[in-house]
Write a protein that binds this ligand. Structure first.
Ligand code: CA2
Length: 145
């Protein structure tokens, strides 16, 4: 089983700004923890980050040929991007949406996600654990458990 982990805009800033909102783990730390969990679960992952909507769309389209599903933190594109939603639906692979922060308890504009209605599942509010829980959920879904 192979899974692509997709990080959206500004997530390269993780661990360097707003630690009270997003925690102190860097993006490399998050990816390392995902790699460790993936090997425990017996799955392969690849990771990708971009600040550009089109690059994210191109990556999803291109990676879909070699992966079984996507774990995605779409960042602020969560709240704006119909294109990302269409792209994910279009490649016909299950995906889990994750957020570090509890988006439901923040500004009103963060409460709406274009992706959640078409996601296999959504995990938010647990910092790096949102990614780890999301990976477990996606693997279980793909394994038919
Ligand atoms: O909580 C999340 O994971 C978010 O997807 C993070 C996005 C935000 O726009 C979403 O509403 C919720 C922001 C990612 C930017 O990450 C930063 C990390 C550290 C400092 C500044 C930005």
């Amino acid at each position: 089983m192979r899974i692509a982990v997709v990080h959206g805009p500004n997530l390269r800033l993780l661990g360097r700004r707003e630690p009270e909102v997003y925690g102190t783990d860097t993006l490399d730390d998050v990816n390392e923890r995902l790699e460790a969990l993936a090997s425990e679960l017996g799955v392969q992952i690849e990771t990708f980050q971009s600040n550009h909507e089109g690059e994210l769309l191109d990556f999803i389209d291109e990676a879909a040929g070699r992966v079984d599903g996507f774990l995605i933190n779409p960042g602020a594109f969560t709240h704006t991007s119909i294109a990302l939603r269409d792209g994910l639906v279009g490649v016909d692979r299950p995906f889990v949406e994750v957020h570090l922060s509890n988006t439901a308890g923040r500004e009103r504009f963060r409460r709406h996600s274009y992706l959640s209605p078409v996601a296999s599942g959504v995990v938010y509010g647990f910092g790096v654990h949102s990614y780890l829980l999301g990976l477990r959920g996606l693997v279980a879904r793909l394994a038919g458990r």
